[in-house]
Every structure is written in structure tokens, then in C-alpha cells.
Design a protein around this ligand. Sequence first.
Ligand code: NAD
Ligand code: UDP
Ligand code: UDP
Length: 311
Amino acid sequence: MKKILITGGAGFVGSHLCERLLNEGNEVLCLDNYFTGDKKNILKLLDNPYFEMIRHDITEPYYAEVDEIYNLACPASPFHYQFNPIKTMKTSVMGAINMLGLAKRVGAKILQASTSEVYGDPAVHPQPESYWGHVNPIGIRSCYDEGKRCAETLFMDYHIQNKVAIKIVRIFNTYGPNMNPSDGRVVSNFIMQALRGENITIFGDGLQTRSFQYVDDLVEGMIRVMASDPSFLGPVNLGNPNEFTMLELAQAIIRLTNSKSSIIYMPLPQDDPKQRQPDISLAKERLNGWKPYIELEEGLGKTISYFESLL
Ligand code: NAD
Ligand code: UDP
Ligand code: UDP
């Protein structure tokens, strides 16, 4: 039985990862400060004696003896990470230092949840891991993008300087049950608006694109990366390459919810990337043929059912 630490475990992705790793017979320690996470997401795990929930902010040191660490703690939606940009940067940078210090002390393997945002508003399409990105260092998204880039640097330097066993995954837009319904991300916004019969708010002309991955495919990828050959550190893209415009997403959600909502157009936020699509050749090659299986309509169906249960 492995002891696994998951930071941000009460959040959307973290809660799915906690459940999956517990079901596989591991002992799971979940650290979260509940900034964007919710106890509801892990309520059903609390009866399991091999699950431990600890309220802790990873910008502060933390001591425990563990075998593996998944570092997910960080607000992920623009609305939440821009709420206190300095804190977002501290979480990415000081959080990474503390978790890497812990990994170094106990000899644990550590995986960083990085992001497609390290590519910024990409000039190369689709984005392979070799692309260095196009990121504004002083814009409203910078606290998140540059914080995650700095964390990648720290992971690589702890590996080179201190021989820490690291893994870096670059996650592309992911959705599913346990998303925070009020975090302002496009999938949660559109579904909640459609279910409530409110106007669907498209920012800009709606022709910007994203590639949406269902959470189960991501969790499978993260677990395979953690178990991969020690020489394979990443960074590796995990995402679903099927690309959609925000207008197509809105239309799909209106159809799947049988909603009477209308689409309205609002100003595009500053530095909003125009397009995003992962090149997942590396993941397919190095992770025993990993690829996403759940396509948008099926994943949206499961997500809509979850959001309906909240109303
Ligand atoms: P989320 O907001 O649901 O989860 C983040 C969790 O981290 C929350 O439970 C929050 O309370 C916790 N947290 C935030 N700051 C903390 C701190 N200082 N100390 C302790 N806990 C803290 O977001 P998510 O979508 O589940 O994202 C999880 C990770 O995956 C994040 O690191 C995010 O950057 C990354 N990621 C997610 C996506 C996506 O589309 N969901 C895409 C790229 C990267
Ligand atoms: N740290 C931690 N838990 C541990 C070991 C270290 O939180 O089990 C923190 C520690 O507080 C330090 C950071 O991780 O600030 C980096 O540790 P490292 O050993 O790399 O650096 P140093 O302690 O020399 O600053
Ligand atoms: N978006 C939108 N309406 C909304 C929320 C978001 O049109 O109510 C757009 C947003 O401008 C962006 C895309 O949807 O172009 C994805 O936004 P999200 O915040 O989900 O993720 P990110 O921009 O970080 O990829």
C-alpha cells in the first residue's frame, strides 16, 4: 500500500484523483485550504480509514512521510486565480518549493499539475511540448501562467540539483462532475446558464477555440505518468485534441439541455488565447497508448447530470 499526498484534493480534479487512488488500494492524504475546493467533493471518502483530509495552505511547510505527491493545489479558473493574483503566484511558487522540499527529504516521487497556459496565446498550433510559448509576463493571466512556468522550472532544478524524482503534466481544459458551478469557467457557466434558462454569455465573437478533456481521461493519464519510466519526466501534454469554438460549445449545451436560453455576446477578456489544441503524440508514445476516450457529447451529458443534481 502506497501513501500518496494530493494537494488541492478537495478541488475538481483532485477529488476524482483521491477517489481513484483510494479505490486502487492506496492510502491517501489530501491537503486543501478550501479556497476553491469543497468538502462536498470528498464527503463520500471521509468514512474510508485510509483517507485523511487536512486543512492546510501549501504556501506553508508541511511534514509527512509519503511515497508519492500529486501537486494540484492552485485556483484554476481565471475568475478565481485573478481574485488575489499575488496569492496565486505564492501558491504556485512557494507551494512548489515546499512540496519539492518534502519530496527531497523523504525521497518521494512528485508530479506537478502544470497547464496548457504555459503556452499562453500560442503562435504554434497544435501545441507540442517543445513549444516554449507566447506568454504576457505582466497581464491579468500572468499570475497563473508565469506561476506555473516558474513551478516547472523549480521541478526541473530540484531534479537536476537534488535528484528528486519528478513528473510534469501540462493539462488542457478539463471538465466534469465536481467542477465548482460558480468558478466562471466556460463549461460550468454555459451549463448553469442553460439549466436556469438564463442568457448564455459568449465572450468575444465565440470563434476562439478550446479542446475539452473529460476528467476521467485526465486522471488515467496522470496515474500513468506517475508510474512511467523514471527517465520520462515530462513535460507531457494531457488533453483531448478535439477542438471546438465557444459558439459550438454553447450550441451543443443548449441542445443537450433542451434549453430555451439565448446566446448573448460580451467583451473578450484581456489576453484571452484565440486557440488551443494539444499535440498528444508524446503521451500516446510514452504512456502505453494512453488517449482520451470520452468525447464531448458523452462528457457533457455526465456533467449536465451533475449540475442538475445541484439545483
Ligand atoms: P480547483 O480550483 O477545483 O482545485 C484546486 C484546489 O486547490 C482547490 O480545492 C483549492 O481549494 C486548492 N488550493 C488552492 N490554493 C491552495 C493553497 N494555497 N493551499 C492548499 N490548497 C489550495 O481546480 P482544478 O480544475 O481541480 O485544478 C487542479 C489543478 O490542475 C490546478 O493546479 C490547475 O492549475 C491544474 N489544471 C487544471 C485544468 C482544468 O481545466 N481543470 C487545466 C490545466 C491545469
Ligand atoms: N519543506 C517542507 N516539508 C518537508 C521538508 C521541507 O515543507 O518535509 C519545506 C521547507 O520549509 C523549505 C522548502 O520545503 O522551505 C524547501 O526545502 P529544501 O530542503 O529544498 O530547502 P531549504 O530547507 O534548504 O530551504
Ligand atoms: N468564455 C465565454 N463565456 C463564459 C466563460 C468563458 O465565452 O461565460 C470563454 C473565455 O473567454 C475563453 C473560453 O471561453 O475564450 C474558455 O474560458 P475558460 O475560463 O473556461 O478557460 P481558459 O480561458 O483558461 O482556457
